[in-house]
Write a protein that binds this ligand. Structure first.
Ligand SMILES: Nc1nc2c(c(=O)[nH]1)N[C@H]1C(S)=C(S)[C@@H](COP(=O)(O)OP(=O)(O)OC[C@H]3O[C@@H](n4cnc5c(N)ncnc54)[C@H](O)[C@@H]3O)O[C@H]1N2
Ligand code: MOO
Length: 404
């Protein structure tokens, strides 16, 4: 893994529109040009008043104020509120001069003269309003700069832009930001036995599930992923197809054709790739290298092998291209209540498991077979059985990699 990550550099930053930058890493310190909020405004629908005018107000002895106008959110012309006066005001509307507090409409009669508490629906914007509770100066006012002051750091370089960060950028008026782009990852499957989902299976054929799984996994990791349908077992066709994809790829991922079979075309077609057998199960045959400078990872064809390989090698590589700090999935220790009856000697095994957070336990799902797609679909974790361990006793602790 270190071997792969050591050779991959984060993509060069570009300026992207806010929504295109979602999930990307910021590569500039963003400062706030204008205080937020940029003006004192009301946090309630009600009346802007002078607090002193409501001193001692009760339901029996309300403060009676003259309504001199209405301030809506976005209002530019503001009425000045003098002694004994009130201006109807909406949430988010600027505080009119003279007023130093807001009484919510529920504290008033809304100008109706009724004894029942008013609602926004019955609120009047002229005449008189009865205020039945005193307000402190500053009540229900969101002060200018109370969120963030002008000149403060809004977001530091290195921040991953999720929805709240995008909200902040939009709030301070930024339409675009400098980020590392999402890597473009091209996924290709190989095998003349592969048929696309939706098409009928002839005898001996199987549906191409790997290219869908890996494209989805690449997207999940943060990439812009392109799925290329299955390429037949022909080295020349494979080579031409993959070279054609280079133009739109920051990384290439293939699946199948890397073991020792007669039709293992990936190995045959890519002399520049370093193919190895790793001491792990699943995921033994792997390849990594560069094609015209673009990183290429060749994963095995067995579906579970392809998925585990993606999690261990491709996902961290994608996240390295993105420039994020944490490239690895989180892992923890958990009690393996059922244990593992047998694990291959001198190989690190990655069993599919179901982790129960409340109990702190993990149970294997399905067996060790690399073709068990259904078990994979019901797993949320990988149980790691080290090289020197050939069985795990029931109740023993194991390392667990969380998949969600
Ligand atoms: N004699 C040996 N045979 C095998 C060895 C070995 O060391 N010696 N290694 C085994 C291991 S481990 C793995 S993993 C596989 C890797 O095989 P390939 O990468 O060459 O993949 P294929 O032979 O093309 O296919 C293997 C298997 O996976 C199915 N497959 C392939 N592509 C897809 C796809 N897109 N969607 C769904 N399923 C796919 C394919 O039909 C085969 O069943 O080699 C072992 N053999
Ligand atoms: O090691 Mo292969 O990668 O499972 O079945």
């Amino acid at each position: 893994m270190d071997n792969i990550l050591g050779q991959i550099r984060p993509l060069d930053p570009i300026e992207l529109q806010l929504l295109d930058a979602q999930g990307c890493v910021l590569v500039e310190d963003v400062t706030v040009p204008l205080a937020l909020p940029s003006f004192d405004n009301s946090s309630m629908d009600g009346y802007a008043i002078r607090a002193i005018d409501t001193e001692g107000a009760t339901a029996e002895h309300p403060a009676v104020l003259t309504v001199i106008g209405d301030v809506a959110a976005g209002a530019e012309e503001l009425p000045a509120v003098g002694p004994g006066e009130a201006a109807a005001i909406m949430t988010g509307a600027p505080m009119p001069p003279g007023a130093d507090a807001v009484v919510p409409v529920e504290w008033t009669d809304g100008g109706t003269g009724d004894s029942a508490p008013a609602t926004a629906m019955t609120r009047h914007t002229s005449g008189e309003v009865r205020v039945r509770r005193p307000a402190e100066p500053g009540a229900h006012i969101r002060a200018r700069g109370s969120d963030v002051a002008a000149g403060e750091l809004a977001l530091a370089s290195g921040t991953v832009l999720g929805p709240p960060q995008i909200a902040l950028l939009a709030a301070i008026g930024r339409a675009s930001v400098r980020v590392r782009p999402r890597p473009r990852v091209v996924v290709m499957s190989t095998g003349s036995e592969l048929v696309q989902p939706g098409e009928e299976l002839a005898p001996g054929r199987i549906h191409d599930s790997n290219s869908f799984m890996l494209t989805a996994a690449a997207r999940d990791a943060g990439a812009l992923a392109y799925r290329v349908g299955a390429v037949a077992d022909d080295a020349e066709t494979f080579r031409t197809t993959i070279e054609d994809q280079l133009i739109r790829a920051d990384m290439l991922v293939t699946t199948g054709g890397v073991s020792v079979g007669a039709y293992d075309v990936v190995k045959e077609a890519l002399s520049e790739i370093d193919f190895r057998k790793l001491a792990m199960q699943p995921g033994k045959p792997q390849g990594f290298g560069f094609l015209n400078g673009t990183p290429l990872l060749t994963l095995p064809g067995n579906p579970v092998s392809a998925y585990v390989s993606f999690e261990l090698f491709v996902r961290p590589a994608i996240r390295t291209l993105m420039g994020v700090e944490s490239v690895h999935r989180s892992s923890l220790r958990a009690v393996c209540a059922e244990g593992v009856a047998s694990s291959p000697k001198a190989k690190r095994q990655f069993l599919r498991g179901r982790y129960d957070q409340a109990r702190g336990t993990v149970s294997p799902v399905g067996g060790a077979g690399s073709h068990l797609v259904k078990a994979l679909a019901h797993a949320n974790a990988l149980i790691v059985v080290p090289e020197d361990t050939t069985e795990v006793a029931p109740g023993a602790e194991v390392d667990v990699i969380l998949l969600d």
